[in-house]
Ligand binder design. Structure first.
Ligand code: DC
Length: 216
């Protein structure tokens, strides 16, 4: 069994911040799978790949190389730094569309499993506990009320109005939760944490308590 912590949930629940803090305090590697979907979607769009063409997506994903730096905060696609390009609402929407396509998921799930092989990883995403690492000894599913999530995302996305953020988020949620391949949902054995009324420190403290109980 690989020593992995799976953290899933929708956008705006505090997943990335909590995942990074847990990884840092345990000395584990941090892997942001959402960044991988964002980078691949952007790279494919730039290469003129039609997202409804599964053959073209498969060819693109089969040849793509994704690398993270030591901290897991910087991402390169085919040698080019994509870190600054992927944090826009457009990249998020493209990622949500691309991530519903089976060839994209197949390729990225295989990469993610290889990245986790050595163990001691905190991997965050939408399907980590259910599909990528179903045997992970610690799984969390983070959630929060839609209004709270929209407010948090609005704070991160400079320029976009709150209504537009809430609308984009609702559309993305719907797509992520209802797609046929690996929909967003808690694993049966995940610890569910509602972060609506909790501060970050409280969230992380609760998660670290679960980690210490499950990983001795
Ligand atoms: O977490 P994020 O907003 O960066 O993710 C971008 C999109 O990628 C999101 O709409 C759903 C998709 N995604 C996924 O399908 N599976 C994952 N493991 C991670 C992200």
């Amino acid at each position: 069994m690989v020593l992995a912590i799976a953290i899933d949930g929708p956008a705006g629940v505090g997943k990335s911040t909590a995942s990074k803090m847990i990884a840092r305090s345990l000395g584990f590697k941090y892997i942001d799978t959402g960044a991988m979907y964002r980078a691949v979607a952007l790279g494919a769009a730039r290469a003129g790949v039609d997202f409804s063409d599964d053959g073209a997506l498969e060819r693109f994903c089969g040849a793509v190389k994704i690398e993270f730096d030591e901290t897991g905060e910087r991402i390169r696609l085919n040698g080019e730094d994509y870190t600054g390009l992927i944090r826009t609402q457009e990249a998020g929407d493209a990622a949500s569309r691309a991530s519903s396509r089976p060839p994209v998921r197949r390729a990225l799930v295989a990469m993610q499993r290889r990245m986790a092989e050595a163990g001691r990883v905190v991997m965050e995403g939408r399907d980590i506990g259910t599909v990528v690492l179903p045997d992970a000894p610690v799984k969390f599913y983070m959630d929060a009320r839609p209004d709270v999530r929209a407010r948090r995302r609005h704070g991160e996305l400079h320029g976009a109005g709150i209504e537009a953020v809430a609308k984009g988020m609702a559309e993305r949620d719907m797509r992520d939760r209802t797609r046929a391949d690996s929909p967003l949902k808690p694993a049966d054995d995940a610890v569910v944490i509602d972060t609506s009324d909790l501060g970050l420190d409280e969230v992380v403290a609760r998660m670290m308590k679960v980690v210490s109980e499950r990983v001795s």
